[in-house]
Design a protein around this ligand. Structure first.
Ligand code: MG
Length: 264
């Protein structure tokens, strides 16, 4: 794995924009930390108006899909655009224009266990300061961004203990959050490949782009290796399988605007 190239180095940017112009370019975009800023209260993670405008214009010309760990319904509400595809719950549920709809049956079968695990976890987290439980359709999240550092190992221990009681569940780590999920072989990368197939974009002249900032996005970077382009959002120095790096969501929007300028 080599470090990703910083995209706003002029040569890299020109080369990428030229490649995109020669291809059909579906765009797959993470939401939190990619389109919207990470904030203390996840309910307040709103896209800036300039970002929404850019996204709407992009979606008028390209296939655009937002791929997120958030529930599908919440994601649709946050983004609020009709001409965009949505993959919620890391791709367990996918919907979009033209009647595209898919729910992962194996994940569906784990919903009861998730409900029981949520109750267990709520009890375990009750006396840990700042720890917050979030029940989602296909996941239970334990947020600890407001938890004092010394108490974080207690959150980890609680998540491990509860997960071990439910063989059909596993847990993963995100930014200041653990998430219990169905232990199903499915991730953002599989969701992206599913969408490419469903939208007949698996052909040779399509060059899909995936932009994301978190560990869960690495599945998508990997899935597109050799057939698409991955762009990591964040600081230099982190290991990623993306081809390029942009510094922050502002540079994501700048990239959108450059793609739009090049579109005819
Ligand atoms: Mg993210």
């Amino acid at each position: 794995m080599r470090p990703p190239q910083y995209l706003f180095d002029t040569q890299a940017l020109e080369a990428l924009l030229a490649r995109l112009e020669r291809h059909t370019t579906p765009l797959f975009l993470d939401y939190d930390g990619t389109l919207a800023p990470i904030v203390d209260d996840p309910e307040q993670a709103r896209m800036a108006p300039a970002m929404r405008t850019a996204l709407e214009r992009l979606a008028a010309r390209h296939t655009v899909a937002v791929v997120s760990g958030r529930d599908l319904a919440a994601l649709q509400q946050f983004v609020g655009l009709d001409n965009v595809y949505y993959a919620g719950s890391h791709g367990f549920e996918i919907t979009g224009p033209g009647g595209v709809h898919e729910a992962n049956a194996e994940a569906e079968a784990c919903i009861e266990a998730l409900g029981a695990a949520a109750q267990d976890l709520e009890a375990e987290l009750a006396d840990i300061p700042g720890a917050a439980l979030e029940r989602k359709r296909y996941a239970v999240a334990a947020h600890y961004r407001n938890t004092p550092e010394a108490a974080v190992p207690r959150v980890t221990a609680a998540v491990e203990a509860v997960t071990s009681r439910y063989p059909e569940l596993r847990y993963g780590a995100g930014k200041m959050v653990y998430e219990l999920q169905p232990d199903v072989d499915w991730d953002k990368g599989r969701a992206v490949l599913w969408l490419l197939d469903a939208l007949a974009l698996s052909r040779g002249d399509a060059l899909p782009l995936y932009i994301g900032d978190d560990w869960t996005d690495e599945h998508a970077f990997r899935a597109l290796e050799g057939r698409g382009i991955g762009i990591f959002v964040g600081e230099p120095g982190r290991a990623t399988e993306a081809d390029y790096r942009v510094a922050d969501i502002d540079e994501v929007r700048q990239l959108f605007e450059l793609i739009l300028e090049g579109a005819h």
